[in-house]
Design a protein around this ligand. Structure first.
Ligand code: 5GP
Ligand code: MN
Length: 344
């Protein structure tokens, strides 16, 4: 059985020409990098390294600890805290590969640094509505993850022989994390054809699952227990749920980066819940927003309209600069405005 070949040949030709021409490549991905952001970036990193390029992965801030085992995660340049060396890498780039985000404003100061440079910018991403800042755009919302697209690009450029064991591990991690271990956004047969290829490269899929998902500290287990017992609010009338965690609560449970990853999905396990919202007060007065839905409830519209954000229809995010009380007020307004969509 063959993969559906949906990436335009002209895009692959453009990328091939850029890759032939340049020696210094900088790969960029989004803030609060997840398994797909880091997995797809490192897969492409290993590919270009093998082609003899000088490659840097630059991320706006640090990835969670449960991803630090990914091959070459230690080579990533984190802009926050290393502004000078990250800027130096950016200024030396002959081309940028922008992975798992669809507009430069999603990568904060890094985006500002990059946008003024007259250097080719290649987008490889699966979020809808990409901006027009990119010279080449491999943009496919139908893909389960950016990692899937990076796999396809590598194979289109150099064949399956170019997919090393390290690349295979990175690709699998991206596909697995963006689909909740193949529980959603994962109904296309191609996903499993690609996984078969990755298994042939020697990946241990069960081990990767454990490395990513069975990596909790006791304090994370306690935090999740606390949230489910005391902090999960169910708005039955609206088929919706809300979780809030204040900065104080995060401190009290010694929450580390990544400890709340996936928490927003929990309420969707309740019968009837179609929409889940999680407010995490990262810093006093700065609230990170995560939204999840099932079926056709448009999280990304809600994120853009109420939370200065965006994303996919069923998984979006944003942020608010206000108190938790005001944020909860905003959530109530969302329920009011979308009550028809939530209850139909
Ligand atoms: P998460 O809830 O895991 O942080 O993010 C879920 C999805 O929403 C991801 O696809 C992510 O790229 C997108 N997302 C998260 N935060 C933002 C944001 O501030 N702006 C936009 N445009 N998308 C976001
Ligand atoms: Mn993704």
């Amino acid at each position: 059985m063959m993969l559906d070949n949906f990436i335009k040949k002209s895009c692959i030709d453009d990328i091939a020409a850029i890759a032939d021409r340049v020696t210094d490549i900088v790969i960029l991905s989004h803030k609060n990098p997840d398994g797909d952001a880091l997995g797809s970036s490192l897969a492409l990193y290993h590919y270009f390294k093998a082609r003899g390029k000088r490659v840097k992965v630059v991320l706006p801030n640090l990835f969670p600890d449960f991803l630090s085992w990914l091959p070459a995660a230690g080579d990533v340049l984190v802009y926050e805290g290393n502004v000078e060396s990250a800027r130096e890498a950016i200024l030396g780039a002959g081309a940028f590969f922008c992975l798992d985000f669809n507009t430069l404003s999603r990568i904060g100061d890094v985006g500002q640094c990059v946008s003024s440079l007259n250097v080719p910018k290649v987008l490889i991403d699966h979020h809808p509505f990409p901006s027009d800042e990119f010279s080449v755009a491999v943009s496919h919302p139908e893909a389960c993850s950016t990692a899937e697209l990076v796999y396809r690009v590598i194979v289109a450029l150099s064949g399956t022989g170019a997919v090393s064991f390290d690349i295979a591990q990175c690709i699998y991690t991206g596909m697995m994390t963006d689909t909740g271990a193949f529980a959603y956004a994962s109904a296309r047969k191609d996903i499993y054809l690609i996984i078969a290829e990755l298994l042939l490269k020697g990946i241990d899929k069960d081990l990767i699952y454990r490395k990513v998902f069975y990596n909790s500290s006791l304090s994370r287990m306690r935090l999740w227990g606390y949230v489910l017992y005391e902090k999960l609010e169910y708005f039955k009338k609206y088929n919706a749920a809300l979780i809030t965690l204040s900065h104080d609560e995060l401190m009290r449970f010694y929450a580390r980066k990544g400890d709340t990853e996936g928490l927003v999905n929990q309420p969707l396990q309740m019968k009837g819940v179609r929409f889940s919202c999680f407010f995490r007060e990262e810093l006093p007065g700065k609230i990170n927003v995560s939204l999840r839905s099932v079926d056709d409830f448009p999280c990304n519209r809600v994120a853009a309209e109420f939370f200065n954000g965006g994303g996919h229809m069923n998984a979006s995010g944003g942020e608010l600069h206000c108190s938790m009380e005001s944020a909860v007020e905003v959530f109530r307004n969302v329920l009011q405005k979308y009550r028809t969509e939530l209850t139909e």
